[in-house]
Design a protein around this ligand. Structure first.
Ligand code: 5MM
Length: 343
C-alpha cells in the first residue's frame, strides 16, 4: 500500500471548490434516465452523452475533481477514438470506477438488500488501475420502513458495513482510494429524526468495521446521505434543519482523519442539494472538506436540455457547467440564490 499516494489522491478528490460527478449509472438506471427524455439507451447514445459531459471544459477543469464511471464507460472511446478516461484526465480530473455489482435480497431479512461484488475484486482493481482509475466506489443501500420488525434490521446494517469495509481494505491494498457510500434512502414517509437515528447507526457501524479491517481513514472519501425527511413525509424539514442535523450526526460519527465527505443527492432537487451543501459549509470550520458526489442533482438538467440531439450539446454543456459551478460554490459556502436566476 502506497500511503502517500492514497492520501494525495483522496485530498485531490475533495479539493477546494471541487466535487465528484457520479456518472456510474448501471445499464438499467441509465435506461430509466434516457426513457424520461425520450432517448434510446444504446452503447453509442450512452457514450455520446457521457462524452458530452467529459468535454465540458468549464465544469471538468474548475469544479469536477473526479468522475465515477460504470464498467462499460471505462473501456469506451470517444467518437474520435480518444479513451473517455483520457478526456477526463486531460481536463485535470480523476477517473474512478464503480466496483460493486449491485444489490441482492438479503437472506432472512424481507425487503432488505446486500451489496455484492467482493469476489475477484483485487484482480478487477488491477485491471481498472491500468485503465486509469485512481479511485473506486461501492454503495450500500439501507431503507427505512416502519413495521414489526422495522427496517433496517441489525443484520442488514452490519452485513452491509462489513462488506463496505472489506471493499475499502481491498482498494487500499491496490492503491485505489475507496469512496465508502452507505446510503440511507429518502424514499419513505419517515421524518427527519428517524433518518437521523438510522444514519447515526449506519455510520457508527461502518466506521467500526473500517477500524476492524485496518482501513487508513486519511485515504478514504465518505459518501453519505444527508439527514433529511423521507420524500413521502407529510411535512418535510426545512433547509436549515437538514444542514444542522446532518452536520451534527457527521461530527458524532466521522473521525477528523477522514480525507473528506462528498454527499450523494439521493433524489433531492438540483437546487435543494446545492442549498443544503452550502448551508453546511457556512457552518464551518468543519473537521473535513465537505463537498458533493452527485449523480441526479448534477445531471438532471443537462440530460433534459440534451434530449439526445446533437444541436443541443452546447446548451446541455452550459447547463452542466452551471450546476457544477453552483455546487463548487456551495462546497465553499459561497453559493447565492441570485446566481441561479442569472443563469
Ligand atoms: C449514478 O447513480 C449511481 C446508481 O448506480 P446504480 O445504477 O447501480 O443504482 C449511484 O450509486 C450514485 O453514484 C449515488 O447514489 C449518488 O447519486 P445521486 O443521484 O443519489 O446523487
Amino acid at each position: 500500500m502506497d500511503k502517500d499516494l492514497l492520501v494525495k489522491t483522496a485530498n485531490a478528490m475533495v479539493a477546494k471548490g471541487k466535487g465528484i460527478l457520479a456518472a456510474d449509472e448501471s445499464s438499467g438506471t441509465i435506461k430509466k434516465r434516457f426513457d424520461a427524455i425520450g432517448v434510446a439507451s444504446t452503447e453509442d447514445s450512452r457514450r455520446d452523452y457521457r462524452e458530452m459531459m467529459f468535454r465540458t471544459q468549464a465544469a471538468m477543469k474548475n469544479n469536477i475533481s473526479g468522475v465515477i464511471l460504470y464498467d462499460e464507460t471505462i473501456w469506451q472511446k470517444a467518437k474520435d477514438g480518444t479513451p473517455l478516461t483520457k478526456l477526463i484526465a486531460d481536463a485535470g480530473s480523476l477517473p474512478g470506477i464503480k466496483v460493486d455489482k449491485g444489490v441482492k435480497p438479503l437472506f432472512g431479512c424481507p425487503g432488505e438488500v446486500i451489496t455484492e461484488g467482493l469476489d475477484g475484486l483485487g484482480e478487477r482493481l488491477v485491471e481498472y488501475r491500468a485503465l486509469g482509475a485512481r479511485f473506486a466506489k461501492w454503495r450500500a443501500v439501507i431503507d427505512i420502513v416502519p413495521g414489526s420488525p422495522p427496517v433496517p434490521s441489525h443484520t442488514a446494517v452490519h452485513t452491509n458495513a462489513h462488506a463496505l469495509a472489506r471493499y475499502a481494505a481491498i482498494c487500499q491494498e491496490h492503491d485505489i482510494v475507496p469512496i465508502v457510500e452507505p446510503e440511507v434512502l429518502m424514499d419513505g414517509g419517515h421524518d427527519i429524526d428517524t433518518c437521523l437515528r438510522v444514519t447515526e447507526w449506519v455510520l457508527k457501524t461502518t466506521f467500526q468495521e473500517l477500524f476492524y479491517q485496518r482501513v487508513m481513514l486519511e485515504g478514504i472519501v465518505l459518501k453519505p446521505n444527508m439527514v433529511i425527511s423521507g420524500k413521502k413525509a407529510p411535512s418535510r424539514a426545512g433547509h436549515q434543519e437538514v444542514a444542522e442535523k446532518t452536520v451534527r450526526v457527521l461530527k458524532e460519527c466521522v473521525p477528523p482523519a477522514v480525507a473528506g465527505i462528498a454527499f450523494l443527492s439521493g433524489g433531492q432537487s438540483d437546487e435543494e442539494a446545492t442549498i443544503h451543501l452550502d448551508l453546511m459549509n457556512r457552518m464551518g470550520p468543519l473537521p473535513w472538506p465537505v463537498t458533493f458526489s452527485y449523480g441526479r442533482a448534477l445531471q438532471h438538467m443537462p440530460q433534459k436540455v440534451w434530449a439526445g440531439k446533437a444541436e443541443n450539446v452546447a446548451a446541455a454543456q452550459r447547463a452542466f457547467a452551471h450546476r457544477s459551478h453552483m455546487n463548487g460554490l456551495a462546497a465553499q459556502g459561497q453559493w447565492k440564490q441570485d446566481l441561479e436566476k442569472a443563469a
